[in-house]
Design a protein around this ligand. Structure first.
Ligand SMILES: Cc1cc2nc3c(=O)[nH]c(=O)nc-3n(C[C@H](O)[C@H](O)[C@H](O)COP(=O)(O)O)c2cc1C
Length: 170
């Protein structure tokens, strides 16, 4: 599928076919896409937790008020920023790296026939605290977001559109 079509088809999916399988190959492709994202000074400070355990997915739903779609999602990927990994130039760009990795996962999901939803965690302090506690994260591993993944039970198709007034031409 051409990248323009993938971008146009991506949308946040909040209803999934429960228990529908995501293959190991699909999961590998999602993670590989994340790790191919650009990174400031190529420091590569992003790490990932793959959550497939139903009890853990339900616990995230309890901890995060806007992650209810995980009730039907097959799995979640938590994108983590490692604050220990930086140099003088890349310091401060950690969460931009995490966002780039996230978008690659969302687009790769479309190409795999999967749906996804980005559930923000950082910088909301209570969400960072709740997810850190749930996954016993040390202080240097900051949960950036939680990405729900599964086989969609609702139609895809972008909700965005080109807004000329958002572009300034010089
Ligand atoms: C930083 C960020 C945080 C988000 N957090 C949530 C969330 O917690 N729960 C949710 O259902 N959607 C969340 N979304 C998805 C947005 O609601 C969604 O991208 C937006 O409504 C546009 O819809 P679309 O993704 O279908 O184009 C988040 C998106 C971003 C970029």
């Amino acid at each position: 599928m051409p990248v323009a079509e993938i971008i146009a088809r991506r949308r946040s999916i909040r209803a999934y076919q429960p228990e529908a399988p995501v293959s190991d190959e699909q999961l590998h492709n999602l993670l590989e896409a994340a790790l191919l994202a650009p990174s400031a000074c190529n420091m590569r400070p992003c790490e990932f937790i793959v959550v497939r355990d139903r009890g853990k997915l339900d616990a995230i739903v309890q901890a995060h008020p806007y992650a209810g779609m995980l009730k039907t999602a097959t799995l979640a990927i938590i994108v983590i920023g490692n604050t220990n990994i930086h140099n003088d130039i890349s310091a401060g760009y950690l969460f931009q790296d995490c966002a780039a990795a996230t978008e690659n996962i969302l687009l790769q999901a479309v190409s795999e026939g999967l749906g996804s939803c980005w559930c923000g965690v950082y910088p909301t302090e209570d969400k960072v605290a709740a997810i850190s506690e749930l996954f016993a994260l040390p202080e240097n591993l900051v949960p950036f977001n939680i990405i729900a993944i599964g086989v969609p039970a609702e139609a895809d198709g972008s909700r965005g559109f080109y807004e000329e007034e958002k572009v300034r031409w010089e």
